[in-house]
Design a protein around this ligand. Structure first.
Ligand code: NAP
Length: 308
């Protein structure tokens, strides 16, 4: 339907190549998108479109299923087609470092990009995941990141951004664990090279070491995709948790993961990643639109989409 005002659930690189035939001049122009593979589950369009509408910005935000090998072509097309901004998710956050013209400190320190700003002649890369996680944790647990001894699970894009934020805020202690030890050793080396007094512990890749590290931590953050599938075995079971633990799972679909269930059963305080999604998205919005994001509108849009 050429005159449809609705947008497709997911666009592709083929659509970007054929953009003038894919979009209708009668629809709100698509100026923003999230690029990932998979991406169909992303709630960013609901959240960002509610914010754009509230701010009376004549533009909309869509999903783009872009494979790893397609990223460069997709970004070049978006810039040529007059897009204003984009978010990146798995598997593009680290790969995109090679394609931007300018890297903000947040992305350089994290070694990953989750937000792009397209300008007339350049593409700028930012990372809002770290600040998003920090604001989410403060909101969920009424305590700032720096007040915790932190154990971080994972060494990928999200974990890197959160680890970087932990250093920026000066947490007392940061333990990092990943099943691939080389990745977490590399991250540990990069973090140790930065200035500051944070004690950084690279934890051995076995479950016993992880169990001991959980006992030494107050806040445990899952920044792996473990939990996305209902049959995923959690990285820590209830014996690892006590009432004094705070457990933040960056996974937000399903809304309660097995990790959260295990932690809750031990009496720990828990929260899922929807609050991080909200705050990283609000920060991205204000980078694009250069004004504060309508946070409560975005929160309500997420609440509605998560329960529908
Ligand atoms: P990524 O760059 O692919 O990194 C994934 C990390 O998880 C890697 O360290 C990987 O280790 C580890 N991992 C993967 N499968 C594992 C398994 N079965 N057991 C143990 N570790 C495993 O992905 P990302 O961008 O960091 O995203 C990770 C997750 O964070 C996403 O799935 C999403 O749920 C969540 N996230 C949430 C938000 C939010 O706003 N709530 C934002 C960003 C990300 P290997 O190197 O060994 O594969």
């Amino acid at each position: 339907m050429w005159h449809a005002l609705v947008i497709k659930s997911v666009y592709t690189l083929g659509d970007l190549r054929n953009w003038e035939n894919v979009i209708s001049l009668r629809q709100l122009p698509i100026r923003f998108g999230v690029l990932g593979d998979p991406v169909a589950h992303s709630l960013s369009p609901q959240m960002q479109n509610a914010a754009l509408k509230q701010a009376k910005i004549y533009a909309q935000y869509a999903r783009f299923e872009i494979r790893a090998a397609e990223l460069k072509a997709a970004l070049e097309l978006m810039q040529t087609l007059g897009f204003w901004g984009a978010n990146l998710t798995v598997p593009h956050k680290v790969a995109a470092l090679r394609f931007v013209d300018e890297l903000d400190g947040s992305a350089a320190r994290a070694g990953a990009i989750n937000t792009l700003v397209f300008e007339a002649d350049q593409m700028r890369g930012f990372n809002t995941d770290g600040v998003g996680a920090s604001r989410a944790i403060a909101e969920e647990f009424s305590r700032g990141l720096r007040e915790f001894r932190v154990l971080l699970l994972g060494a990928g894009g999200a974990a890197r951004a959160i680890a970087s934020q932990c250093l920026e805020e000066g947490v007392a202690h940061l333990g990092i664990w990943s099943r691939t030890h080389a990745a977490v050793q590399q991250l540990g080396k990069e973090l140790a090279a930065r200035e500051g007094n944070v004690s950084i512990e690279v934890i051995a890749p076995d479950r016993d070491a992880l169990f001991v590290a959980a006992g030494n931590a107050e806040l445990i953050i899952n920044a792996t995709p473990v939990g996305l599938r209902a049959d995923d075995q959690p990285l820590l079971m209830r014996e690892a948790f006590t009432k004094r633990h705070f457990v933040y799972d960056t996974v937000y679909q399903p809304s309660s993961t097995r990790l959260i269930e295990e932690a809750k059963a031990a009496g720990a305080s828990t929260a899922n990643g929807v609050s991080m999604l909200l705050h990283q998205g609000a920060e991205a919005f204000s980078l694009w639109i250069r004004r504060p994001a309508p946070l409560e509108t975005m929160r309500e849009a997420l609440r509605r989409s998560a329960s529908s």
